[in-house]
Design a protein around this ligand. Structure first.
Ligand code: ADP
Ligand code: MG
Length: 386
C-alpha cells in the first residue's frame, strides 16, 4: 500500500476539519490479460486485480450531505443526501461516486451524511480501471458495513458507470475489483457472473507500460463498438436464429458465414468471437506453464484489436511492436478499452530491467514521451482495511 492508514486518517481530518475516526476501504484496479471488449458481449475475460487501488477514508458527519474529496484532483464537492436519488450527472469525476450513491438509495439503502476522502494510486484513464476502483470503493464506503451481495455490488457499479457516467461498459472491471485474488488471474464468465482462478506460471513477470496517451475519441468510439456488435448479432441471426450475443457464435460457425456479413460488423464480430476463444486457450496455456503459447496468444489478441476491432493507436502499436522484438519478452498487447492507455507484457524476470530501459529509450525517441512501468502482481479484492 503506497499510503498508510494513518496517513489517510490524518489527510481526512485535515481536509474535512474533523476529528472523526474514519473507516478505510480499498478497491483495486485491474489489468486485463485476455478478452477485450468481450464482457459486454456476454463473453469471457481473464484479468488480474492489481495491488494499486482506490482507498477511501469515510466517516459519518454532522451535516446533511455527502462531502467527497479527491486527493488526486485536489477538489471537494458536496451533494445533499435528500437530493441524491434524483441527482443529475455533472460530467466530471464526481459522477462515479454520486452514480453509485444514487443507485444505492434507489435500492432502498438509507445513506448516512458522510465525509469521503478519496486517494487512489491507480493511474487515471490508462486502461487499468481507476473508474471501477473508485465505484467499488465508494459503494463499500457508502454501505458502511451493511451487507450486500458482491455480484449485486458489481452490477450496481456497472449500471452507475453506464447510466450515470454515460460509458456503456461491461462488467469486467467492477467484477474483478470485487472478486480478484492474490496469486492468480481470474477467468470470468460475463454471462452468468462466475469465475475460476487461473494460476500464472512461476518465472513470468506481468508488466504494464503506460503510453501516457489517452485519445479523446475513446468514449464515443467505445459506444460505437457496442452498437457495431449489436449490428453483427442481428446480421448473424439470419444464420443462427435466437442468438442473444456474440458469445453464442462459435469460431467455426462464424468462419462459415462471415462472408455474408457487412464489412464492419464482420471485423468487429471476428475480434470478439476469436478473443473469447483466446481466453480459454490462454487459461489452458497458463495451466500448462506454456509461456511461449501465452505470449503467442497475446500477440494474436493485439493484432485482432489493431486490425479487426480497430481500437489501438500509433503509440500503443509502437510499444507492442518494440516489446515483441526484445529478448526475454514472450508477448505484448494493449490492455483495457483502447485508444491509448497501457500495454501489458509477459516478460522473463531476468530481462525486466533491460525491458524498461530499452522501451523507455525507444519510446522517447519515437514519440517524445516517457512511459511508466507497473509490475502487476495479482492483488486482493476490495475490502475494508481499517
Ligand atoms: P480508467 O478506468 O481506465 O482509469 P476511465 O476513463 O474509465 O479510465 O476512468 C477515469 C476517470 O475516473 C477519471 O477521469 C476520473 O473522472 C475518475 N477517477 C478515477 N480515479 C479518480 C480519483 N482518484 N479521483 C477522482 N476521480 C477519479
Ligand atoms: Mg474505466
Amino acid at each position: 500500500m503506497a499510503v498508510t492508514p494513518r496517513e489517510l486518517e490524518s489527510e481526512f481530518r485535515q481536509i474535512f476539519k474533523s476529528c472523526a475516526q474514519p473507516a478505510i476501504y480499498r478497491a483495486p484496479g485491474r489489468v486485463n490479460l485476455m478478452g477485450e471488449h468481450t464482457d459486454y458481449n456476454q463473453g469471457l475475460v481473464c484479468p488480474i486485480a492489481l495491488e494499486m487501488a482506490c482507498y477511501i477514508a469515510v466517516a459519518p458527519a454532522q451535516h446533511d450531505a455527502l462531502r467527497i474529496h479527491s486527493a488526486e484532483l485536489g477538489e471537494t464537492r458536496e451533494f445533499p443526501i435528500a437530493k441524491i436519488a434524483d441527482a443529475e450527472p455533472q460530467r466530471n469525476w464526481t459522477d462515479y461516486v454520486v452514480g453509485v450513491a444514487r443507485l444505492l438509495v434507489r435500492n432502498g439503502v438509507a445513506l448516512t451524511p458522510s465525509d469521503l476522502y478519496i486517494h487512489s494510486d491507480v493511474p487515471r484513464g490508462s486502461g487499468l480501471s481507476s473508474s471501477a476502483a473508485l465505484e467499488v470503493s465508494a459503494s463499500l464506503s457508502l454501505l458502511a458495513g451493511r451487507p450486500m451481495d458482491r455480484r449485486e455490488i458489481a452490477q450496481l457499479c456497472r449500471r452507475a458507470e453506464s447510466e450515470f457516467v454515460g460509458m456503456p461498459c461491461g462488467i469486467m472491471d467492477q467484477y474483478t475489483s470485487l472478486f480478484g485474488t492474490e496469486g492468480a488471474a481470474i477467468q470470468i464468465d460475463c454471462r452468468n457472473l462466475t469465475h475460476i482462478e487461473v494460476k500464472l506460471p512461476a518465472g513470468l513477470q506481468v508488466i504494464a507500460v503506460n503510453s501516457m496517451v489517452k485519445h479523446e475519441l475513446a468514449s464515443s468510439a467505445y459506444s460505437q463498438r457496442v452498437a457495431e456488435c449489436a449490428q453483427a448479432v442481428s446480421e448473424l441471426r439470419a444464420f443462427q436464429p435466437g442468438i442473444a450475443s456474440l458469445r453464442d457464435v462459435s469460431v467455426k460457425v462464424f468462419e462459415e458465414v462471415q462472408d455474408s456479413l457487412s464489412p464492419v460488423p464482420r471485423k468487429r464480430a471476428r475480434h470478439i468471437i476469436t478473443d473469447i476463444a483466446r481466453v480459454l486457450d490462454f487459461a489452458a496455456a497458463a495451466r500448462a506453464n506454456d509461456v511461449r503459447e501465452m505470449g503467442r496468444l497475446f500477440i494474436a489478441a493485439h493484432r485482432s484489436m489493431q486490425y479487426d476491432y480497430e481500437i489501438t493507436s500509433d503509440e500503443i502499436d509502437f510499444l507492442v511492436d518494440t516489446a515483441i522484438k526484445m529478448k526475454g519478452v514472450y508477448g505484448a498487447r494493449m490492455t483495457g478499452g483502447g485508444f491509448g492507455g497501457c500495454t501489458v507484457n509477459l516478460v522473463d524476470p531476468n530481462f525486466a530491467e533491460d525491458f524498461a530501459e530499452q522501451i523507455t529509450a525507444a519510446y522517447r525517441k519515437r514519440h517524445g514521451k516517457t512511459p511508466l512501468f507497473y509490475d502487476c502482481q495479482p492483488g486482493a479484492s476490495a475490502s475494508r482495511v481499517k
